[in-house]
Design a protein around this ligand. Structure first.
Ligand SMILES: [Zn+2]
Length: 164
């Protein structure tokens, strides 16, 4: 398996090309001594059921796996708890207000992004929200603290799937 920092050819601190592998998850700069560890990023995912025992799913608007079904969730921001992250992501992606998020389990995953293999630790939650309807259409006016709009949801309405 390729080292997770294989595409990091230079030290991010001093720019030296003497950026050598320390172990399977770290590189060290021989010039300045800087050590960089490649740790997994934390993410969240929500299982949201309605009164009819239907599971809410979204359709991915961007790669990877554009067009496939997905559960609401995303990366946890810096200085944010997993619980805060799932509340924010569910609102950003569906417009639903989370009443309660109950942690279930975590699982490791990998995610190809910008040509690199990201390592993730996904925190799963059973999420209780205000009621959603089948074929709930997400309003395109959602904006987060950074001024990003819910652009990716304009093209793809949130769908619901019956549990098997
Ligand atoms: Zn350096």
């Amino acid at each position: 398996m390729e080292h997770p920092l294989a595409s990091f050819n230079c030290c991010p601190k001093c720019g030296s090309k003497q950026f050598a592998i320390v172990n399977r998850k770290a590189k060290r700069c021989i010039s300045c001594g800087f050590v960089y560890y490649f740790n997994p990023s934390s993410a969240t995912v929500a299982f949201i059921l309605n009164g009819k025992n239907e599971l809410l799913v979204c359709r991915r608007a961007k790669d990877p796996a554009q067009g496939t079904l997905d559960l609401p969730g995303g990366f946890i921001d810096m200085r944010e708890t997993a619980e805060e992250g799932i509340v924010r992501e569910v609102f950003e992606e569906t417009g639903l207000i989370v009443n309660e998020a109950i942690y279930q389990f975590s699982l490791p995953n990998v995610y190809v992004y910008s040509g690199s293999l990201l390592s993730l630790n996904i925190n799963t939650f059973i999420v209780e929200c205000n009621t959603f309807q089948t074929f709930h259409i997400v309003l395109p006016i959602l904006t987060d603290d950074n001024g990003r709009t819910g652009e990716r949801h304009r093209q793809f309405p949130t769908l619901t799937c019956k549990l098997l």
